[in-house]
Design a protein around this ligand. Sequence first.
Ligand code: NG6
Ligand code: CA
Length: 515
Amino acid sequence: MNRSATRRHFLFQTASSLAGACSASLAGPSSRPPNIVLLYADDLGFGDLSCYGARRTPTPNIDRLAAGGLRFTDAHATSATCTPSRYSLLTGEYAWRRKDTGIARGNAAALIPPGRPTLASTLQKAGYATAAVGKWHLGLGPQGGPNWDGEIAPGPGDIGFDYSFLIPATGDRVPCVFVENRRVVGLDPADPIAVSFDKPILAEPTGKDHPELLKMHPSHGHDQTIVNGVSRIGYMSGGKAARWVDEDIADTLTQKAIRFMEAKADRPFFLYFATQDIHVPRMPHSRFADKSGQGARGDVILQLDWCVGQILDTLDRLGLSGNTLVLLSSDNGPVVDDGYRDRSVELLQDHKPAGPLRGGKYSAFDGGTRVPFLVRWPGKVRKGTSPALFSQVDLYASLAALAGQSLPPAAAPDSRNHLPSLLGMSNEGREYAVEHSASGALSILRGGWKYIAPHPGPRIDRNVQIELGNDSDPQLYDLRQDLGERNNLAPANPSKVRELSDLLQKVQESPRTRV
Ligand code: NG6
Ligand code: CA
């Protein structure tokens, strides 16, 4: 579709998809579909931002975003870990429907096959320039993993992203190199990369055998190949010139994101900016190191806030703020000790990363999946707070509607168009939301109730000190009275348990829930 056809289509679709839900005109005669900037933080908790009540580490730039738009209090990642949440966000399908969508290894093959419709490919079809910058963690390359020395495909370029600049997996997993489009950045062909998650690669020092080489020590796991004085998950050799310096990652990614927006300022663009912050290893730039008084975790919250400020300032400088929908959220809940001794536990003080919620990252309790969610589009998104139940699985269908795209039947099987609630024109939100814990427990929220299906497994992960929410009995909580999920009402409410477990079973059994 050419530009003006795209615009006509957009006006029509937007008007029709919002008919009855709002009277405000979203698109004036001269408008084009808005740019979309999705800021996706890593492991940021419901209580970590000052606009969500945090008091010790201020986040003025994120607060500025919140003050100019809508702050959700009941928004959810689909899973309590990264890979499945990102999978759901981009495909509009619950990750638990598919095998191999758990936390991906650093050399996992591409999880989303080429040609599969994604949020990015749908926006690309609508005429958007699209980019993924930052953490990927959705696998790259063919079965068996990518050839890091050659062309790395398939990848984001095959599922709708025109441009990508990636941390292939996570900051704490090898390979510790950036991949730009289909190539490792700065690779010396004479120093090829080898990666293994099964056996050590000889001649490469590990944290386990050479703790004297470390500038930060692991608390659990993370004792394999050392890169930049930090031991990682997995083994790698080679690629010495290409290895990243953790302290510069935030600057590098932010720069790439800014360059992309500058280059595409004259057309609608979609920027998926997935920060490494505030995941481990928390290695802030010296501008932020020791500045929070809360250890490395607080410092990287300051760094994340700076990144967001840079993005917002760039939109202002380019004159694009008025025509850009900015969203900020997190892939899962918070964790304080996720494997490195970085003083975050000792200096946490009274800060509650999950706010009033129980559990955190990995957990079936709401701390695992209820996350900050901010939406700003000046003049178009209502300012204030929204209590609407919102799931990230709905971003696909909602943003597709905003861009005037109808979805082919096979696309986005679990994604529903909740654009009116996304824009703050309705507080109604989703009828129910499904959550998925790292142990594989499924929960469902509806009408203020939350049901957690019985699931085997430990109640507490002692390494990370998080309550996982596993129980061999059903759990039922009334979140309106008991947001902290303390009082299990299942024994006293068998009919509510049945109602919610039936609904959850229906969702599990139907291959798609898009209406
Ligand atoms: C866990 C890692 C944790 C983190 C997580 C993935 C250990 C002991 N723990 O296995 O540090 O990397 O995987 O986090 O290795 S996520 O946010 O990308 O899902
Ligand atoms: Ca995460």
